[in-house]
Design a protein. Structure first.
Length: 176
């Protein structure tokens, strides 16, 4: 069975650039926190709204299911490979698609680097403005994953609207 690569040159440049930028930004910010703060230190950037709070997370999203490192490493590896395959094989050439999937992939790689290097994920972004609503501390990789998923949702909605308009125009053309 032969697999045809669907990614064009522009998509490849966008994807590689976004993945590298995501991993580098995540890596640098975590290194800055680790080298300038002690674990559990908290520095208010905007008092009671946004703090830098250095913690580690050996679980999944927002600390859930800790003590299952290998399960998360396996799941992360599968998702990283799935995102990479999606980038290579998806036929739509929309830059938003490439950006969205690349942000998710880059964020996954960023957290995977932590799990391999430290056995845990480094978190430090503490949005504490609404403590009864939001109490989790996260990192740049997590933010990139969330933004990438949001962009993918926008991409998908746009694609569905475009397809719906195309079908409507075809139906109207057949009536004539």
């Amino acid at each position: 069975m032969k697999i045809k690569m669907a990614m064009d040159r522009k998509g490849g440049i966008i994807s590689l650039s976004v993945i590298i930028a995501t991993v580098v930004i995540d890596f640098i910010t975590k290194k800055l926190v680790m080298s300038n703060m002690e674990i559990y230190d908290s520095i208010p950037l905007i008092k009671n709204v946004l703090h830098l709070t250095y913690i580690t997370n050996d679980g999944a999203a927002f600390g859930s299911f800790s003590e299952h490192r290998w399960v998360f490493m396996t799941m992360s590896t599968v998702m990283i490979l799935f995102m990479a395959a999606l980038l290579l094989l998806w036929t739509d050439k929309d830059p938003m698609f490439y950006t969205a999937v690349s942000m998710v992939l880059g964020g996954g790689v960023g957290n995977m680097i932590d799990r391999i290097a430290y056995g845990t994920v480094i978190d430090f972004i503490d949005f504490c403005a609404f403590p009864n609503l939001w109490m989790w501390i996260f990192n740049g990789a997590d933010a990139f994953v969330c933004i990438g998923v949001g962009l993918f949702v926008i991409y998908y909605i746009r694609a569905e609207i475009k397809e719906s308009k195309r079908k409507k125009a075809e139906a109207e053309a057949e009536e004539i």
